[in-house]
Design a protein around this ligand. Structure first.
Ligand code: NAD
Ligand code: IPM
Ligand code: MN
Length: 358
């Protein structure tokens, strides 16, 4: 069958550990389903700063541009935390999203029945939770002008939040389309009681909503949403929101599932090209110990299959393998109730690989 090019940028901290497990999954699906993947590896993040003097080397970006999809681990760490903006791993991450036009970040949060006891919330509250955060990824306060200046009371720092109507419209349309394929309920999250960007956001949602008349829209203020996510998580289906709110709410949603180590993501633009990465970061506190949870990255491969390659059967097979391994009681430390029984990163990866069937 057709060869798919996948650019792999593992990054820092636990990035390389979890990506290695996802690569095993890619290899296994080649054997089982007859796919052909051509993997190319590139430097990205802190390691690229160390070796190349920039978090996003030009050749890494070119490699990603030539690929059909990108698999990304995570970037960042204390070593680079005091660097100037240009020499920060996170700047490379924002740069690659922007350069590749990936304005839409899809972050599913699904509660596995057998993991209800891994969450800090009560099991009956979590029952049936299966939501998607659609996060705007290339605008807002992350990308607005930033500067320091001398004010009347000393040094000032300024971050500007800008959204134009085109940016809002394209992400909101994507979210409506996602909602149409699910339970047809969309929560648009903003801070329209205070922020002008949020007022434009809400007006835009209301203006285009009639084009998706089968979808029921609810506007929720972000502070209230943060609260409702803990009070009634299962009542949410698709949540669409701006860049920073989506960043924060998706980490919150992660704890419904038991761990941020469970949350996958897809970053998309207008076409089928996509960048796939776990929602979590480089986890410097556990990096190098072989105890990180690879499931978020493995589930990101399933999203790559479904959303970029159209390999639905294999996507479902990966998700089923994860479910079966969890149902059998295997846990990494972050989702283990009895931490003494926790298994490591490679053991979890191997179990999932072995559980994939056609
Ligand atoms: P983090 O997500 O790296 O870690 C938060 C907590 O969750 C830590 O206790 C960590 O051990 C745990 N955790 C995260 N992923 C895990 C996994 N797969 N298995 C088990 N436990 C896991 O967030 P942080 O500590 O705030 O950030 C650390 C660094 O990562 C920072 O430099 C930050 O900028 C960067 N970061 C990068 C990305 C990315 O590359 N997409 C995302 C978030 C944070
Ligand atoms: C994420 C991360 C990034 C973000 C950081 C590391 C720039 O937290 O992917 O969620 O805020 O987008
Ligand atoms: Mn984040």
């Amino acid at each position: 069958s057709e060869v798919k090019k996948i650019a792999v940028i593992a990054g820092d901290g636990i990035g390389p550990e979890v990506v290695a497990e996802a690569e095993k999954v890619l290899k296994r699906t080649e054997e089982l389903f007859g796919y052909k993947f051509e993997l190319e590896h590139g430097l990205f993040g802190g390691i690229a700063i160390d070796e190349r003097g920039t978090p996003l080397p030009q050749d890494t970006l070119e490699m990603c541009r030539k690929a059909d999809a990108v698999l990304l681990g995570a970037v960042g760490g204390p070593k680079w935390d005091n660097n100037s903006k240009e020499l920060r791993p996170e700047t490379g991450l924002l740069g690659i999203r922007k350069a590749l036009g990936l304005f839409s970040n899809i972050r599913p949060a699904v509660v596995f029945d057998c993991l209800k006891d891994a969450s800090t919330l009560k099991p009956e509250v979590l029952e049936g939770t299966d939501l998607i955060v659609v996060r705007e990824l290339t605008g807002g306060i992350y990308f607005g002008e930033k500067f320091r200046r001398q004010g009347a009371h000393g040094e000032e720092a300024v971050d500007t939040c800008v959204y134009n109507v085109t940016e809002i419209e394209r992400i909101v349309r994507q979210a409506f389309e996602v909602a149409q394929k699910r339970s047809k309920r969309l929560a648009s999250v903003d801070k329209a009681n205070v922020l002008e960007t949020s007022r434009l956001w809400r007006e835009t949602v209301n203006r285009i909503a009639p084009e998706y008349a089968d979808v029921e829209v609810e506007h929720v203020l972000v502070d209230n949403c943060a609260m409702q996510l803990l009070r009634r998580p299962s009542s949410f289906d698709v949540i669409v929101t701006e860049n920073m709110f989506g960043d924060i709410l998706s980490d919150e949603a992660a704890m419904l599932t038991g761990s941020i180590g469970m949350l996958s993501s897809a970053s998309l633009g207008e076409g089928s090209f996509g960048l796939y990465e776990p929602v979590h970061g480089s986890a410097p506190d556990i990096a190098g110990q072989g105890i990180s949870n690879p499931i978020a990255t493995i589930l990101s491969v399933a999203l790559m299959f479904r959303l970029t390659f159209g390999y639905e059967e294999a996507a479902a097979a990966i998700e089923k393998a994860v479910k079966n391994v969890l149902d059998a009681g295997h846990r990494t430390g972050d989702i283990a109730v009895d931490k003494s029984k926790a298994i490591g990163t490679t053991a979890m990866g191997d179990l999932i690989v072995a559980a994939i069937t056609r």
